[in-house]
Write a protein that binds this ligand. Structure first.
Ligand SMILES: [Zn+2]
Length: 319
């Protein structure tokens, strides 16, 4: 049976620093909003609170090009300009802030692999839009992509499942691994005809030898918990059949009703369900190995409720 400290949760000022200024949807107050709520629920007494870790440049370059990493470093010093075509501004210290996101996720992966925790949650993470050579959609470094590359190259874990329930399509992960048959990808997102980034059609199932290893499920605007639960069964079956060795869950809270920039209408029950079901699956197929990443979510009480319900599910999971 997992001990009381079976779930590591990453909390610290270094992670809160990843934000684009107060008043921005992705502001630096997101971590605090989540953690205050989690503490009110007593979750801080039940998890192992783990300090953020700064990634080595070499680790970031497992996914990103050296040119792009240098550009982020340069613009981090000046704090000027954009890191993409206009969504993702540089700010002073953005390199370190994004480096702490990646480093904390890699530390979580390491701890789960070596058994120091059974499962882990990194709230400020799951920056799934960043491409290998560019930022995109508030995402500077793609911690999901770096984690997948690190699982392969450092931990010799090949078959990784990436499951994404953020309102936005995880395009930065999807296109980076579109031709990779060992990256099991399943993404429930608001239909791209209505929401950024506009990708993730049902017909996008992987290329070449990877055909069939990817599942994109566009959801209609206004989709609610019932729509989610019906779609979820397909996702779960898809992942189970492909027998992953490690599961990453991007549990973006912007798919909850009341988010200011999306149109889905789930409640935190959707996130609780996804986390509980994947946790049980991980216990069966992956020696329990699961890391959850906070992703988007721009209504503060929504992200607090969704992420707390994910932690609750990870704590209560017994396989
Ligand atoms: Zn999102």
């Amino acid at each position: 049976m997992p001990s009381e400290s079976a779930v590591c949760v990453y909390v610290g000022e270094e992670l809160a620093q990843y934000g684009f200024g107060s008043g921005h949807p992705f502001g630096p107050d997101r971590l605090g909003a989540f953690w205050e709520h989690a503490k009110r629920l007593g979750l801080d007494q039940r998890v192992s609170i783990t300090a953020p870790v700064l990634a080595e440049r070499e680790a970031i370059e497992r996914f990103h090009t050296a040119d792009y990493v240098s550009r982020v470093e340069h613009q981090s010093a000046s704090g000027q300009g954009f890191l993409d075509y206009g969504d993702t501004p540089a700010f002073p210290g953005v390199y370190e802030a994004a480096g702490y996101v990646v480093g904390s996720v890699l530390d979580a992966v390491q701890r789960v692999i070596d058994g120091r925790c059974r499962r882990a949650f990194v709230p400020i993470a799951g920056l799934h839009h960043a491409r290998r050579d560019s930022a995109a959609g508030f995402c500077v470094f793609n911690d999901c992509g770096v984690a997948i590359e690190t699982l392969r190259r450092v931990h010799d874990v090949q078959r990784v499942a990436y499951v994404d329930i953020d309102a936005h399509h995880g395009d930065g992960v999807f296109y980076a691994f579109e031709s990779d048959p060992d990256l099991i990808f399943a993404d429930l997102h608001e239909d791209g005809r209505f929401l950024y980034p506009g990708t993730g059609r049902r017909t996008e199932t992987g290329r070449g030898s990877a055909a069939g290893s990817k599942l994109n499920v566009p959801m209609p605007p206004e989709a609610n918990d019932q729509t989610f639960l019906e779609a979820w069964d397909v996702v779960e079956d898809f992942v189970r059949r492909r027998q992953p060795e490690f599961i990453l869950l991007q549990c973006g809270a912007d798919s909850l009703s009341g988010d200011p920039i999306t149109h889905l209408r789930y409640s935190a029950r959707a996130h609780q369900h996804a986390a509980a079901r994947l946790c049980a699956l991980a216990e069966k197929c992956c020696e329990g190995r699961l890391v959850a990443l906070g992703g988007g979510g721009y209504n503060r009480s929504n992200l607090a409720a969704a992420w707390s319900s994910v932690i609750g599910a990870l704590l209560d999971c017994s396989g």
